[in-house]
Design a protein around this ligand. Structure first.
Ligand code: PEP
Length: 241
């Protein structure tokens, strides 16, 4: 059975104080949220320990935004799996296009990070997506299939979430049409060993478009950047109809 997962990606936003303020406003809105969906907040490292403590006993799970492939070592600025699990982190975003674009992440390092996450019993959220130029050149499918194939070597597809995030739709307000996101996600699914893998759509999801996106048969959830930053809009998204 495919699971639904709605995840917020806070990127490099929110101090610890701001994160806790968010929770105070957000948690009460979940009282009537249907049980069929997992809710995850992928927050900056400095907020993770207090988020985890404050979310204990709630239905919201904590995610990080990066993990190194070694459990410890001389890797200045990186973070290791045991450091995350010790403070109650359960998910981690891997291969976000911003990491690929600004920090030199490749399919090979993405693959190492995915395996490290699973070794540490974290569920990775693997992000894949094409640029506008790739889409215009008719290379969307080949690009995504390459990312999936190289990224998933030796990765357990039973403990994995994939997020299809067309890069041209991230942070632009230019959402991928729901039927097109559905089509591409169906294609990604057809390349997986485990067709029940949760596959999210990400890219300018907001309270206005979430219902239509979530009504698509192939879309199992959303990875949400900007619209996850206020309790009001993220609450509307997790309470999609
Ligand atoms: C993201 O950060 O993964 C994302 C999809 O951002 P936004 O929702 O702001 O487009």
């Amino acid at each position: 059975m495919r699971k639904v997962a709605i995840a917020g990606n806070w990127k490099m936003y929110k101090t610890q104080t701001e994160a806790l303020e968010f929770l105070q406003n957000f948690l009460p809105t979940l009282e009537t949220t249907p049980e069929d969906r997992d809710i995850i907040l992928c927050a900056p490292f400095t907020t993770l320990a207090s988020m985890s403590k404050n979310l204990h006993g709630s239905r919201v799970q904590v995610g990080a935004q990066n993990i190194h492939w070694e459990d410890a070592g001389a890797y200045t600025g990186e973070i290791a799996g045991p450091m995350l699990t010790e403070i109650g982190v359960r998910f981690v975003v891997v291969g976000h296009s911003e990491r690929r674009q600004y920090f030199g992440e490749t399919d090979e390092t993405v693959n190492l990070r995915l395996k490290a996450a699973q070794k540490n019993r974290l569920t990775p959220i693997l992000c894949v997506g094409e640029t506008k130029a790739q889409r215009d050149a008719g290379e969307t499918e080949s690009h995504l299939f390459g990312q999936i194939e190289r990224g998933l070597v030796g990765v357990d597809q039973n403990h994995l979430i994939i997020a299809y995030e067309p890069i041209w739709a991230i942070g632009t307000g230019d959402t991928c049409a729901a039927d097109e996101a559905n089509r591409v996600i169906g294609l990604i699914r057809s390349r997986l060993k485990n067709p029940d893998t949760t596959i999210q759509y990400g890219g300018s999801v907001n309270p206005k478009n979430v219902d239509e996106l979530m009504a698509q048969p192939e879309i199992d959830g959303a990875l949400v950047g900007g619209a996850s930053l206020t309790a009001e809009s993220f609450s509307r998204i997790v309470n999609y109809q």
